[in-house]
Every structure is written in C-alpha cells, then in structure tokens.
Design a protein. Structure first.
Length: 416
C-alpha cells in the first residue's frame, strides 16, 4: 500500500542513494537481538522499558532507529552493549555478537570480558558531548585513553621501532633512546612480569616506559583529529572541553569512538543539540568516516530526514517495541505500520496540513495491554487490545508487527 503522504523531499534523498537497494542477504549478520526485555525497578513501579525486541544488525550497514522520545531507542542500544545502569536490568532475551564468525553472547558475559569488547569492537557516540567529556582533562588525552587501553601492544611496537632508529644516534640522545628501548622490549616480551612491575615503581624508569608510548598515542590522536576535520589538531590536543564549540566537542567524541577502529558504532542522536549547519557537517563527516573505516553504524534519531540521508535499513520503535523494519527506500515509499505512517505524515511540508499523531507515548509502568500503540491507532481492532502482534516478515526484507497484515501473536512469556 503506497503512502502518497510520505515525505517527498526525504524520498528524493533516498532515491539518490542506489546502495540502499542492495540485498540484505549479501551481508552477514553482525549482531542478533532476540526477545530482549529490560525493566527499571523504581519506587513508582516497574518500568517495562523494552518488551521483546527482535533485531538483526548486518555487517557494514547503517541501521537507523527512529521513534518518539521515550520509545526505547537508547535503552535498546545500551542493552546491546550490556550497559543498562541500575536500577535497570535485562530480565530476558539475548544479544549475540559475531566476532570473526564466533558467536559471543553479550548478555551472558562477565564484565571483564565485556570491557575488552567495548571500545575495541563496539563503540558509542554519546548524545551530549559536554556530558561525555571530562572537563578537567585535555581532550587529546581523553581520546588517547581508549588507545592506551585497547591498543597498548600496537603502541609499544611502534615505540620500539621509533627508539631503534633513535638509538643509532650518538651521545646522550642515543644513550637515552637505548635505555627506553630496553624498558620497551621488556614490556613487549613480558608485560605482566615481576621485573617490569618493580621497574615501574621507580619514577624515572616509569617515565622511560610511558613517554615513548604516550608519544605514539599522541601521534595517532593528532592524525585522527585531522580526519575529523579539526583545524590545527596538534594544538587542539592540549585544549580542554570548555575551550571548544559544541560541534568541535562532538568531533572529539566521534574521534574517541573511532580511535580503536570498532566494527560496530552506535551513534545516539549525535546532532540533537547542534545548529543546522553544524548538524549537516557532522552527518557528512560520519558518512565519510563510515566509508573510510568500514564500520557498521547504528544511528538513533528523531529526524526522518536524517534517517533518509544516512540509513540503509530502518527500525521504527514505539513504547519499547519494534513496529516495523525495512530498507529505507521501502519504508518511505510504502510504510505499513500505522505508527510509521503517522511519523511520516507528521513531517511539516509546504502546502500540506500537518497531521499530528493523537495522544502521547504511554507510561511504561502501566503500558496498554496488547499492542501498545492501539490507544492512538485509528485502525485498532478488539484483537489489538488483547494481544501483542509478532514482528513478521510480510514481504522480502520488510517486517511489521501489526494485525492489519498478519494474525500471529507474540509470545509474552519468558520474563524472569
């Protein structure tokens, strides 16, 4: 059922991107989310934030997640990283991440193993850069921190190569380089050895260890800041967050997320608090960086225009549920779910009356029974109030959770 009221401007943006028509079967699944349920235990009651989310994220794609405020977009992606803060808890479901073809169940891994994956394999661009950046540390050191945690062996290897060249020089410079080289080789050969631990207790020897490593990390950060389009990156390295504009701060946050070249990058509304000009620059930057780094991108936003610009596929969320999943071209041209149609009709367009979706997102402490959208849906049937529809593929690559298109009921059990 084509939707003539879909946003024509956004549709044109999609039609200019032929890559979105590529078959999803050509890509491997990078992450599987199955029957994910998240609860927050508050004094007012149990918030049923996520209620049985099923989602596949394909390797190399850009998946847009769109929905109103309070629909569960950010919580879903925090759960993907097993980062739900107290009083929240993942009560059911599983998240499987395929690392070099090996399935890792993130919802069952211990915190130490998860920390090795976060930043290195799965990284996140936070919504508010002022909150993400520490005001008392230089921005360059904050980017370098991730490198020194996840890429220490690489930095030590680079430092050894640099020191081997410097050690050929004569005089004091060559002698100092040889002393640093001896410490670096010890760290390379036996990083957890007792001898190295004892040496690092001596301040001057600790300086011999850290100075070449931090110098290599600084070079890498300066290069990365240059890729972010930041002018004079060597000077910006030594600046503090308050000395930078909002757009520059967001570029620093993006640089931190990309510093370890993760396979999967989650962007949580990275342009929400930026003006339109800077927003366009950040979106273009992320599209260019995705091509350069080859990462899989999960992009969270309220803006359907941004979704049309950056996404290959789109997942529409409402009140903790996935309503519809399709490639971006199909979603804009032939949306199926009444909520998706409502989002598209709510886009302001010249010469067209603005159609707001009646009502508001429900309180998830006491959500509606059955389909959570039924109190706001013009097509609601008695069945919608009693049962929750399952997310079903009704066309190739096009999934929808609505009784207008199928009769399958979701399994509402399995919660602990």
């Amino acid at each position: 059922m084509p939707n003539p009221d879909s946003d024509p401007g956004a549709l044109e943006a999609v039609e200019e991107r032929p890559e979105v028509k590529a078959s999803a079967q050509e890509r491997n699944v990078l992450m599987e989310v199955r029957d994910l349920k998240v609860r927050f235990y508050t004094y007012e009651g149990v918030v049923k934030a996520i209620d049985g989310v099923d989602l596949d994220i394909l390797d190399g794609e850009t998946l847009g997640i769109v929905g109103e405020t309070g629909s569960g977009k950010s919580v879903t992606t925090y759960a993907m990283m097993n980062l739900i803060p107290p009083p929240g808890k993942i009560v059911a479901g599983r998240v499987v991440y395929y690392m070099d073809g090996k399935p890792l169940v993130l919802t069952e891994m211990d915190e130490e193993d998860l920390r090795k994956l976060r930043g290195a394999e799965i990284s996140r661009i936070f919504q508010e850069p002022k909150a993400a950046l520490n005001p008392v540390f230089k921005v360059g050191d904050q980017v370098a921190e991730a490198i020194l945690i996840h890429r220490m062996d690489e930095m030590i290897g680079r430092a050894i190569a640099t020191l081997e060249e410097e050690s050929k020089a004569g005089g004091l410079r060559g002698a100092l380089a040889r002393a640093k080289l001896a410490v670096m080789r010890m760290a390379k050969e036996n990083p957890s050895g007792l001898a190295l631990k004892l040496l690092l207790r001596v301040p001057i020897l600790r300086r011999l260890y850290w100075s070449p490593v931090s110098a290599e990390a600084r070079r890498d950060v300066v290069r990365l800041l240059g890729l972010m389009g930041i002018p004079d990156p060597d000077r910006v390295y030594d600046m503090y967050p308050h000395e930078l504009s909002g757009g520059m701060q967001q570029r620093i946050v993006i640089a931190t997320a990309l510093s370890c070249n993760p396979r999967m990058l989650i962007a949580d509304e990275p342009t929400t608090n930026l003006d339109v000009t800077v927003e366009a620059q950040i979106i273009e930057l992320m599209k260019e960086l995705k091509k350069q780094f080859g990462s899989t991108l999960v992009y969270i936003t309220h803006d359907m225009g941004v979704i049309a610009e950056v996404s290959d596929r789109v997942a529409v969320m409402y009140a903790g549920n996935i309503c519809e999943v399709a490639d971006v071209f199909t979603l804009f041209k032939e949306p199926l779910h009444p909520y998706t149609k409502g989002l598209l009709e709510a886009i302001p367009m010249p010469g067209r009356e603005l159609k707001a979706i009646p009502g508001t997102v429900p309180n998830l402490i006491n959500p509606p029974t059955g389909c959570r959208f039924h109190p706001r849906c013009a097509h609601a049937m008695p069945k919608c109030k009693e049962h929750k529809p399952r997310l079903i593929e009704v066309r190739p690559g096009h999934k929808v959770a609505c009784f207008l298109y199928h009769d399958q009921v979701a399994d509402e059990g399995g919660e602990e």
